[in-house]
Design a binder for this molecule. Structure first.
Ligand code: C2E
Ligand code: MG
Ligand code: MG
Ligand code: MG
Length: 282
């Protein structure tokens, strides 16, 4: 009896495994097709300079409009594109789109300082030997000032391949591209890497920002990150700002930039342009 039960469980386990394997293969297949059929779109979320309240730049966030499933969130497919290597063509496409878009907006809206564009970079892209070359090629093609481009990398990606990352980041930095640590505070941080890598910006993870003004610990963590960043010569951006209360706290802490639904959700290109047009003249 026990044996029969055991086998029954085994079969159920197999069946679920089987179903999830099929779902994964389906997803891979759909993603390959999506790259070819251009089902992806880049959305842009404004990043606000908190001292002036003006739009300093945007973060490019990829969107997938699946023909049957509709909108699919990046959290559901980025990992698969990394595992299958599809992030290489997809990431290059996002980077080129975002750079082209920024070049257009910089021409149309000649602000000072110039608008910037932040682009998320995954571990697979970073460990690709041609990455730095690819980035500089895109910047040249698009005729974009490298100082306007910010690459967002998470702590865990840096730590995974620290030696390769160090020389790559130096190459990018030499091109005057800016480097940001995304979701800061959530990785396993040995803070020594902040000295080791040429980092310009820390993005405080949303989880700390959410509880600003709610619990004292979150406020202390955000305060500590801001002073750590500033003391090391880095700017600090708060992610996921949703309420006035959080904004008031961020002002009090002298946080440099903010990003979140309080200011705007990620927008389609036309809507982001309209927002720029409606913004106060500089
Ligand atoms: P991320 O880089 O940390 O991006 C911020 C995420 O928070 C975005 O989710 C954004 O829509 C969301 N967000 C912004 N403000 C708020 C807010 O006030 N409240 C809440 N609840 N959420 C907010 P999204 O667009 O779903 O992207 C999720 C993650 O997928 C990104 O996290 C990034 O890690 C990854 N991702 C997105 N686009 C790309 C891409 O082109 N390449 C790569 N490699 N990864 C990407
Ligand atoms: Mg990001
Ligand atoms: Mg982030
Ligand atoms: Mg995040």
């Amino acid at each position: 009896r026990a044996k029969a039960q055991g086998r029954g469980r085994h079969e159920v386990f197999d069946a679920t495994m089987h179903a999830s394997t099929i779902a994964l293969l389906q997803l891979e297949n759909d993603l390959r097709r999506a790259v070819q059929r251009q089902e992806f779109q880049v959305y842009y979320q404004p990043i606000i300079a908190l001292d002036t309240g003006r739009i300093a730049g945007f973060e490019a966030l990829v969107r997938w409009h699946h023909p049957e499933r509709g909108f699919v969130s990046p959290s559901e497919f980025i990992t698969t594109t990394e595992e299958t290597g599809l992030i290489i063509p997809l990431g290059a496409w996002v980077l080129r789109q975002a750079c082209l878009q920024l070049q257009q907006w910089q021409t149309e809206f000649a602000t000072y300082p110039p608008l910037t564009m932040s682009v998320n970079i995954s571990s697979t892209q970073l460990s690709h030997p041609d990455f730095s070359e690819q980035v500089s090629q895109i910047l040249q093609e698009v005729a974009l000032e490298p100082g306007s481009l910010k690459l967002e990398i998470t702590e865990s990606v840096l730590m995974e391949n620290a030696d390769a990352a160090a020389s790559l980041l130096e190459q990018l930095r030499a091109q005057t591209i800016h480097l940001c640590i995304d979701d800061f505070g959530t990785g396993y941080s040995s803070l020594s890497y902040l000295q080791r890598f040429p980092i310009n910006m820390l993005k405080v993870d949303k989880s700390f920002v959410t509880n600003l003004g709610v619990d004292e610990e979150s406020s202390e963590i955000v305060r500590a990150i801001i002073s750590l960043g500033n003391n090391l010569g880095m700017y600090v951006t708060a992610e996921g700002v949703e309420t006035e209360e959080q904004l008031v706290q961020l002002w009090a802490l002298h946080c440099d930039y903010g990003q979140g639904y309080l200011f705007s959700k990620p927008l389609k290109s036309e809507d982001a342009r309209a927002l720029l047009e409606a913004s106060p003249q500089w």
